[in-house]
Design a protein around this ligand. Structure first.
Ligand code: SF4
Length: 332
């Protein structure tokens, strides 16, 4: 009988759940996953996944009507067990109403609706903490995504050859590093630069591209924001020599695609468990700021007004970290 995983948290959380999917598939066979419509295409091509069931909890499936309808559909698939890495009422209720006989999740919140509640480790990287839900995680299960050859072709059409990618966006304003334009300007003397992001980042990407145009020499900065699907963007990040990103989903896309990362942490810190995991990756942040970290996600804007955690992270420091990764080669 099949296994179900329900993970409807943020995009980055879904990427960090891929090791759990691999561990569960190794034991039970490929799993079905309920996830958000945004994250669904990423998991559709994952080798540990049999079927993806999109759940639009803020749109067409919103409210208790949506929960009940989806639970009825899940009931028909007669799942033997459900793993519930996201501690939310919706998640717990879905598995309960679908009458899945074994419902395994983390203690706390709505765990009285589970049949088995396991402790979630307080420390360590989120991938490892989520793996604590697996019955046997003795194998090696890194985050992993698998874009299709068509996704790779779409990414290759945008830019050929070596480049460094920048991911300047974040839904939390205080997590955005303000100097991507200047970084792109200086970086493009060495290597072509591609700005990656979704449709909401098109304007930001354009600002960065224009800022880079103002410098000396022959520069190449491509604004890829809004031009690719999410899976194509993962393919593009996978082709980059390195990705510079805030503490946001592209960090985890790069990890899953095996791309070296320079991650810039402002109001959050790596100790929260969402930093880079690959050896050699860099996580930069300003030490010694008493206000830091100021929230688990990062507030919309700096509550103190000065935003020192990001403004004091300088372009030379970021360039040095990129150089340390070996991603720079002066052109000509
Ligand atoms: S309060 Fe401190 S940590 Fe939070 S956004 Fe402002 S400068 Fe950054």
């Amino acid at each position: 009988m099949p296994t179900l995983v329900i993970q409807t948290a943020f995009l980055g959380d879904v990427v960090l759940t891929t090791p759990l999917l691999s561990a569960l598939a190794a034991r039970h066979g490929p799993v079905d996953v309920v996830t958000t419509p945004v994250a669904a295409p990423l998991l559709e091509t994952h080798p540990a996944v049999r079927k993806v069931i999109p759940y639009d909890k803020r749109g067409t499936d919103r409210g208790w009507g949506g929960v009940r309808n989806l639970a009825e559909r899940l009931k028909r698939d007669r799942y033997a067990r459900a793993y519930l890495p996201h501690r939310s009422l919706r998640t717990a209720a879905l598995a309960f109403l679908a009458r899945i006989p074994a419902r395994i999740g983390f203690r706390g919140g709505w765990s009285f609706l589970y049949t088995e509640a396991r402790p979630k480790p307080r420390t360590g990287h989120e991938t490892d903490r989520l793996l604590a839900l697996a019955d046997d995680a003795s194998g090696v299960y890194p985050p992993h995504l698998r874009p299709t050859p068509e996704d790779e072709e779409a990414a290759a059409r945008l830019i050929e050859g070596a480049f460094v990618a920048l991911a300047p966006g974040s839904i939390w304003g205080s997590k955005r590093w303000p100097y991507y334009g200047e970084l792109a300007r200086q970086l493009a003397d060495y290597v072509p630069v591609v700005v990656v992001g979704g449709p909401d980042d098109v304007g930001l990407g354009e600002e960065i591209r224009r800022a880079a145009e103002g410098g000396e020499g022959r520069r190449r900065v491509v604004n890829a924001c809004g031009k690719l699907t999410l899976r194509q963007s993962a393919a593009l990040i996978g082709r980059a020599r390195a990705l510079v990103t805030n503490d946001s989903a592209p960090l985890h896309l790069a990890t899953a695609m095996g791309t070296p990362v320079v991650a810039l942490f402002g109001p959050t810190v790596t100790e929260f468990g969402f930093g880079p995991v690959r050896p050699g990756d860099a996580a930069l942040g300003i030490d010694g700021l008493q206000c830091r970290p100021c929230s688990s996600h990062g507030p919309p804007r700096c509550p103190l007004g000065h935003h020192r955690c990001m403004r004091e992270l300088t372009v030379p420091a970021v360039l040095a970290a990129i150089e340390e990764l070996g991603a720079l080669r002066r052109r000509g």
